[in-house]
Design a protein around this ligand. Structure first.
Ligand code: NOJ
Length: 502
């Protein structure tokens, strides 16, 4: 009892992990503070979600093309990304939208198979290279900086055929792709991201079969994927650092996504369950990069469960000392994608028998029905969770510079009167401003997902996240401004979230 009391006082003092933040936020007021001078605003997209042109001009096939074409039922509305927002032909219209909103930078990704159809360095597709050069030149002509992601989930199928991210060979193949890209495009790129959201790549692609390549290798493949992803990222970072940074003066990092995991009650047991979950979600990818090695709680839990399951060694593959040093410190800043929050309560240790990352993490993880639901199942609107995540990151990883590389909300209709999106942006950005002013967290940029409606993976066109509407049945794919684009433009112009701002 006494321990509980001390914990509660300690937690109150830190304003961290205090159970259901709903109650704390009933009277939450949007801040009237403004973004500081030098803070930068951007928008984001990814190659497969917007480009289309899936087999044009020599592009190779990538895992989403293959997976969706081979499994027609896999996308909620039966659509594909074959044409998507047709940005392969309409990128100038995308840039015009960005210009209208007034963003300082655009986060886009390169389709690996568009420039290297087999994924390998020996065959470069010049038409694909020209496409990205054209996009980058168009941005430059419009005074918009480029933040370019090398890998946003679209692995060349030829590389999947040899095991994809579970084959250690991928590390050097990715390194070749990275070096080629810096050489081809680096003069136009201010910021590089090696890999987007490794959690989704590994758990969605190699465990839950929810994302391409749709492999179910729970508790095993998902960990070797994570290991190779981190090594590939580290190689990509060092190549830039050693061979290109002094000439190109850009910055480079990895994008890690994290929800917030709030303890069900203010008890040490629930707090521990939530903290363990945070370590399995964010720490799994952040610790090797920002601290060195997997989080200890992962090392211990997976080793323990693996032994009970009858494995001879842990399902979590260890890093050697050399690998730990190779990965550690491979960031110029922390790039964070954030959308939603979960509650976590302590639970009995999951039964032994079916290995998986989810069971290795344990805990009773759920969302509240009372939280506003967006178009995608997992997606509930919980703005206070954003503030808590930012505080936890500072408390756990230190005083890092953070750039928010994705945040935004979905709906089904694509309505132009998207007040719900304005509310989402306003309230999430307000909690972010609070974190900057009240907790001195060094956040220097915010990237809204997304500038245009696009292909939302297995939700297809059922989930629209753009601030410009696209009618996906219209062959012309016109971009039409939603109300939220005007709101975001005003935030960028004034630095202020309130309607009353001049
Ligand atoms: C994160 C992913 O990076 C992006 O591709 C996706 O569209 C958004 N989340 C929204 O689900």
């Amino acid at each position: 009892m006494r321990i509980l009391y001390i914990f509660a006082i300690f937690a109150t003092f830190l304003d961290l992990s205090l159970g259901d933040g709903d109650d704390e936020n009933v009277d939450y007021q949007i801040t009237d503070k403004t973004y500081p001078e030098g803070f930068v605003f951007g928008v984001a997209t990814a190659s497969y979600q917007i480009e289309g042109g899936w087999n044009e001009d020599g592009k190779g096939e990538q895992i989403w093309d293959t997976w969706i074409h081979n499994n027609p039922g896999i996308v909620a509305d039966g659509s594909t990304g074959d044409v998507a927002s047709d940005s392969y032909h309409k990128y100038k219209e995308d840039v015009a939208c960005m210009k209208e909103v007034g963003v300082q930078y655009y986060r886009l990704s390169i389709s690996w198979a568009r420039i290297l159809p087999t994924g390998r360095i020996d065959k470069v597709n010049q038409a694909g290279v020209n496409y990205y050069l054209n996009v980058l030149k168009e941005l430059k002509a419009n005074g918009i900086e480029a933040m370019v992601t090398l890998y946003h989930w679209d692995l060349p199928t030829a590389l999947q055929d040899i095991g994809g991210w579970t084959n250690p060979e991928i590390v050097e193949v990715f390194a070749d792709f990275a070096r080629l890209s810096y050489g081809l495009f680096g003069d136009y790129v201010q910021t590089w991201v090696t890999i987007n959201e490794p959690k989704q790549i590994c758990h969605g692609g190699y465990a839950n079969a929810g994302y391409a390549p749709g492999i179910d290798s729970k508790g095993v493949g998902e960990y070797s994927c994570a290991r190779n992803i981190l090594l590939a990222h580290a190689r990509g970072w060092h190549i830039y650092d050693q061979e290109f940074r002094s000439k190109q003066n850009g910055r480079i990092t990895i994008v890690i996504d994290s929800d917030w995991y709030e303890p069900t009650n203010y008890t040490p047991e629930d707090e521990q369950a939530a903290e363990t979950k945070r370590q399995f979600v964010f720490g799994m990818y952040a610790n090797p990069v920002f601290i060195g090695n997997w989080p200890q709680v992962m090392i211990d839990r997976v080793a323990d469960r693996s032994a009970k399951e009858g494995f001879n060694s842990s399902r979590l593959p260890a890093f050697s000392d050399e690998e730990i040093s190779l990965i550690k410190g491979t960031y110029d800043f922390l790039a964070l994608n954030h959308y939603t929050t979960y509650m976590v309560g302590a639970a009995d240790e999951p039964a032994i028998g079916s290995p998986s990352w989810e069971l290795d993490a344990g805990g009773n993880v759920y969302q509240k029905d009372t939280w506003e639901q967006a178009a995608i199942g997992w997606f509930r609107v919980v703005p206070w969770g954003f503030g808590k995540l930012l505080k936890w990151i500072k408390a756990t990883y230190g005083d890092l510079e953070i750039v928010i590389t994705e945040n935004g909300v979905s709906d089904r209709t694509g309505t132009l009167e998207d007040d719900h999106r304005i509310n989402y942006i306003r309230s999430y950005m307000s909690h972010m401003l609070d974190a900057m002013y009240e907790d001195n967290i060094k956040i220097t940029g915010y990237t809204l997902w997304s500038i245009i409606d696009n292909f939302e993976w297995t939700q297809g066109f059922n989930a629209k996240l753009g601030i410009y509407y696209i009618n996906m049945t219209d062959p012309e794919r016109p971009r039409v401004a939603k109300k939220s684009s005007k709101y975001y433009a005003k935030v960028i112009e004034t630095g202020c979230l309130l309607d009353s701002c001049a």
